[in-house]
Design a protein around this ligand. Structure first.
Ligand code: SAH
Length: 238
C-alpha cells in the first residue's frame, strides 16, 4: 500500500489516512477472494488492482477540481464498485449510489460497504434506462459517473437524465474518448448537455491514454429520454 499511497499523493495531492489505507487493503483482499468464485474483474494482481482500479477511479476528483465538488454521485454500471467505492473511501461525506443490472456485482459491493462500514451508500440492482425515467432518480444527482460501460452516444443517454440541471456527467474513457465524444455531439445537445472538458490522465506505469470527459447539464432532458431498456445501445442517438 506504500506505493499506492505515494501515487495518490503525487497524482491527486491527497495524503491517505491510515484508516483509508486499511480500507483499500481490505477492499483489495476481498476483491481477490471473491474473484476466485465470481468473475468480477479481469485484473487479478494486487498491483493492477491498485493502479488500474483504485487509482484510476480516484482520478475522477481531478474533474471537479475547478468547480464545486459534488454532494451526491451516481455510478452507473459500477461492477465491482468502480469508480464509486474508491471515491467513497476517499471522500467520506459523499452520498454515493451504485447501480448495476447484475445481482452478484451488487452483492460484492454490498459486502464491501458492510465490511468497511461505509455510510450514505445506496445500492440498486437495475438498468440506467429505468432509473432515468423514475422520478426518485431522474435529475436528482450532482454528478453521474461511469467507467467502461458503453460508447459515448449510449452513455450520455444513460447518464445525463440522472443529473440535475447545473450538475455534470463524467465518463472515464481510454484512447478512443475524444473521438467517441465527437461522435456523441448531437446526443449531448438533445439530452440537455454541453461538453465542458476532455482531461487527459496519466497513470504511473500505464501506457494507455486515459481521459475524463466532463459534460455539463445545461437544460432539462426531454421526457422521451432515456428510451426503453436496450434501445439506447441498439439505436444510439446519431
Ligand atoms: N464500472 C466497472 C464495471 C465495468 S463493466 C469498472 O470500470 O470496472 C460494465 C458494467 O456495466 C457491467 O457490470 C454491466 O452489468 C453494467 N451495465 C451495462 N449496461 C448497464 C445498464 N444499462 N444499466 C445498468 N448497468 C449496466
Amino acid at each position: 500500500m506504500e506505493k499506492f499511497a505515494q501515487d495518490v499523493q503525487n497524482l491527486l495531492g491527497i495524503k491517505l489516512t491510515p484508516r483509508q489505507r486499511a480500507a483499500f487493503a481490505t477492499y483489495e483482499q476481498e476483491l481477490l477472494a471473491w474473484n476466485t468464485r465470481f468473475n468480477l474483474t479481469a485484473i487479478r494482481d494486487p498491483e493492477g488492482i491498485r493502479t488500474k482500479h483504485f487509482l484510476d477511479s480516484l482520478t475522477c476528483i481531478l474533474a471537479w477540481r475547478n468547480s464545486t465538488p459534488p454532494q451526491s454521485l451516481i455510478d452507473i454500471g459500477t461492477g465491482a464498485g468502480f469508480p464509486g467505492l474508491p471515491l467513497k473511501i476517499l471522500l467520506p461525506h459523499l452520498e454515493v449510489t451504485l447501480v448495476d443490472s447484475v445481482g452478484k456485482k451488487l452483492a460484492f459491493c454490498r459486502h464491501i460497504v458492510e465490511v468497511l462500514k461505509l455510510e450514505k451508500v445506496t445500492l440498486i440492482q437495475g438498468r440506467a434506462e429505468e432509473l432515468g425515467q423514475d422520478p426518485a432518480h431522474r435529475e436528482r444527482y450532482d454528478w453521474a459517473v461511469a467507467r467502461a460501460v458503453a460508447n459515448m452516444p449510449v452513455l450520455v443517454e444513460y447518464l445525463l437524465p440522472l443529473v440535475r440541471v447545473g450538475g455534470a456527467m463524467l465518463a472515464q474513457k481510454g484512447a478512443s474518448g475524444p473521438a467517441e465524444t465527437q461522435g456523441a455531439e448531437r446526443a449531448i445537445r438533445i439530452l440537455g448537455g454541453q461538453l465542458q472538458q476532455i482531461l487527459p490522465v496519466y497513470l504511473p506505469g500505464v501506457a494507455e491514454e486515459r481521459y475524463l470527459i466532463v459534460i455539463r447539464k445545461q437544460s432539462a432532458t426531454p421526457p422521451s429520454y432515456p428510451r426503453r431498456v436496450g434501445l439506447p445501445a441498439k439505436k444510439p442517438i446519431q
